[in-house]
Write a protein that binds this ligand. Structure first.
Ligand code: FES
Ligand SMILES: [Fe+2]
Length: 454
């Protein structure tokens, strides 16, 4: 190492940094996008066992899933009193119930008689009745009826409430926690809500919800959506207009974020694209098509994304839309709240969730939701139900995803081959980039801390 070598993790790609890019924004850039928070977390390899090993999965179940706050659904998934939603995580099944106009509760979704799942399907109910023998609970979890009560003198009605699970809400999401001794959701979130003050997710509704099953560990899928490092090899068509290696990565407490700028050339490419070419690349223009918009002289691609976004948001936000900067309509701002919740910032609608499929360490579910702004003078539109895709289904079978389906196909093509390769790997760990794979290391670092907790 020479005297001038940066300390581990301090090196950055050539090209404009994300903060440099703000100098050309046509509007003031908010504090949240000027925020930089990064610290070196070490460079040790991540054990392959984290992705392949059944015991590791058991540890995650006991130490994390049964104890951590996790997003169960949107509030608009259970809009009316009596609406129920089933959220499964590994062996556990949780029933989220709106018990009053302003109260959502959650219960272990299991009959206390002989243990049948209480409800298999989401939907409205006026009581929670087990289909096997008919034991029945009120929406608030109190015992309503014991069939052949004469045969159960030993059932103390007062002690037969459905076991409750803790509930918290943030951003229009319902979170649950199975651990009665866990810290509050508020304390778990820390200052994470600050990041969304300009883009309140409670003022959105879920317009799209696609879930796809993968034959891989859940973290193999999550990791693939946690960095822009893969763009150069996986999405080469994007390179003329994406600052992939110039992305900014931050982490703090239980969350991390990445910001990948668009409308700026990748440092990987060897020519300088015009602003029009960069605009067309993001607008997904085909080579044999005319541009959808011709940039006026002196207007950059990023400013044009800003102008387009401000005009669209004007319908929803009125004149307030003019205060939002170009970056807020141009960039991919993707957050991760430990362990598996990924809402995007600014006006991108994406929100991901990753989790094991049933109790499998080698199968998982990836969900993509779109959180759409709506005219708040009208009632919130109904939430989209989940559209399930199987292991062999193409993302394009969910046309509601629009252009993203093709990008997802590129993203997920590699993943079963990653799982296969990990099983064959003789090196004991996977090696992460110090900076660009910050979000992946952050999850593993926190996971290790949770494993150590008594
Ligand atoms: S198992 Fe539910 S009523 Fe018997
Ligand atoms: Fe990707």
């Amino acid at each position: 190492m020479t005297m001038t070598s940066p300390a581990p993790g301090e090196a950055r790609s050539p090209g404009l940094s994300y903060q440099d890019l703000h100098k050309n924004d046509s509007r003031p850039v908010p504090e949240v996008l000027r925020w930089v928070n990064w610290e070196f977390m070490g460079d040790t390899d991540i054990p392959v066992a984290a992705y392949t090993n059944r015991e590791w999965h058991e540890l995650e179940k006991e130490k994390i899933w049964k104890r951590v706050w996790q997003m169960a659904c949107r509030e608009e998934d259970v809009p009316n009193v009596g609406d129920t939603l089933r959220y499964d995580i590994c062996e556990n099944s949780i029933l989220v119930v709106r018990t009053a106009p302003d109260t959502v509760k959650a219960f272990h979704n299991v009959c206390l008689h002989r243990g049948r799942l209480l409800r298999e399907f989401d939907g409205p109910a006026n009581e929670l009745r087990c289909p096997f023998h008919g034991f029945c609970w009120n929406l608030d979890g109190s015992l309503k009826q014991v069939p052949c009560e004469w045969d159960f003198p030993h059932v103390e009605k007062d002690e037969w409430n459905l076991p409750e699970v803790r509930v918290g809400t943030w951003g229009g999401f319902v979170f649950i926690n199975m651990d009665p001794n866990a810290e509050s959701l508020e304390s778990f979130l820390g200052d994470f809500p600050w990041h969304f003050e300009r883009w309140p997710l409670e003022k959105r509704y879920k317009s799209v919800h696609v879930a796809k099953i993968f034959p891989t560990n859940w973290k193999v899928v999550q990791d693939a959506f946690s960095e822009a490092f893969h763009v150069v090899a996986t999405h080469p068509q994007l390179l003329s207009s994406i600052g992939d290696a110039n992305s900014q990565y931050d982490w703090k407490g239980n969350y991390s974020r990445a910001i990948t700028p668009n409308g700026t050339p990748s440092p990987h490419i060897k020519y300088v694209p015009t602003q029009q070419e960069m605009f067309d690349a993001v607008a997904d223009k085909r080579l044999d098509e005319e541009p959808s918009v011709v940039l006026p002289p002196g207007v950059t691609a990023r400013e044009m994304f800003g102008n387009g976004g401000r005009a669209t948001m004007h319908d929803v936000l009125g004149d307030k839309a003019d205060d939002f900067c170009d970056a807020e309509f141009s960039d991919s701002i993707y957050y991760t709240l430990f362990p598996n919740f990924h809402p995007w910032g600014a006006f991108n609608r994406i929100c991901y969730r990753f989790r094991p499929y049933e109790d499998r360490h080698d199968m998982s579910i990836m969900e993509c939701m779109y959180l759409e702004p709506y005219d708040e003078s009208k009632p919130k539109p109904p939430a989209a139900p989940i559209h399930w895709l199987g292991v062999d289904d193409d993302w394009a079978e969910a046309p509601e995803l629009g252009n993203l389906a093709r990008v997802f196909n590129q993203d997920t093509f590699n993943l079963p081959k990653v799982q296969r390769g990990l099983r064959a790997m003789t090196k004991p760990g996977v090696t992460l980039a110090n900076y660009q794979e910050t979000k992946i290391r952050h999850v593993h670092m926190l996971m290790n801390r949770w494993f150590q907790k008594p």
